[in-house]
Write a protein that binds this ligand. Sequence first.
Ligand code: TTP
Ligand code: MG
Length: 378
Amino acid sequence: MSLLNSEPNISLKEQHFPNIILYVDLDAFFASVEIREHPEYKDSPLIVTIGEPESLFGVVSTCNYAAREFGISSGMPLTKAVRLCSDVKIVKGSFKLYRNVSKNVMKILADVSPKIKKMSIDEAFIDISDRVSDFSEAYQIAKKLQADIFEKEHITCSIGVAPTKIIAKIASDFVKPNGITLVKPEAIKSFLAPLKLRKIPGVGPKTEKTFQDKGVQTCGDLAALSYKDVYFNFKKYGLKLWKLVNGFNTEQDDFNKNSQSNYKSISEEGTFYKEKNSWDEIIEEINSCIDSLIAKAKNNKISFRTIGLKIRNREFKTFTRSFSLQSYVNKKEQVKTIIRDLLKEFNNLPPQSIRLIGIKLSNLRKITSEQPSLTQFF
Ligand code: TTP
Ligand code: MG
């Protein structure tokens, strides 16, 4: 039977929401740190730039909420920003300081649960499913976390509390600054309905235009279409979004999926919720996936022979490549070298087009005491 004639293929798994996730995003991060260091900037419009404040060469890295009221935003040329607000204060960023504050905040988050995934300098997911029994308890944890960050670092954050990462991320942006937005499974559809499709991480201007051309502006507009129409007009990617806006679980449980003891493979992947501007940034993400996979392999005394790479672009096209070695290995550098080779083929893709990267180790073998490593002899 063709997909067009079939009923929506919603599995039980997609109706099941076993997790509770917090998504934490620091408010106007660089600007908030500057205001903490210079309380005299408080209440006046403030821009942080890596450019040159005096000659107005460069763009806005970020700005505080007072500056946003004038229409100033990240990425805007400084010349335009001062046209919008002639009194705006412009300071040069101190990145070392921001990195330190970020590290301190990530430590506070790691105290909430070890299941934490840093997404950028000022954003992270925390899976608190094992710590709480319901969403009201999760909300209290979010409140306490917000207070802890403020007490220790004197900056505010906004938090989304939801059953999936993507909904938690969208929720974190719903009330800002210093907001907490809770979205329970049964409220996902109505929460998303009034939002522009663009609010969904990964929907960029090009995708938004494709949907707008067919009259779809909001998540609710998409949810109201029939499954057949969505498949006909927007293919596989449209269906995934359609499931999301209709309140189904579109995520694999990637915090827990490797928890069984007899692995066939172990893998780690990351979706980019913001465009990456360089391959260096993407490689940094890949290396962090490799680091955590190797830690997992070591904890479970596993060696492996096959190393796989997965890349997905904004058109939802997925490329997978792999390489098998003659013998079993378990070292980080070996994986990094092979992945670097596999990546060469994709050098020509613009980094901004990459939406997801994944690494998979397969052909696994348990390291037993009968297979001593060479280093044990020295
Ligand atoms: P964001 O979290 O996107 O922005 P923000 O924290 O400034 O504001 P919001 O309250 O909306 O979360 O980015 C985090 C930091 O990353 C930001 O403070 C500065 C930096 N950044 C840039 O340098 N360039 C950019 O284009 C963006 C978007 C962010
Ligand atoms: Mg932020």
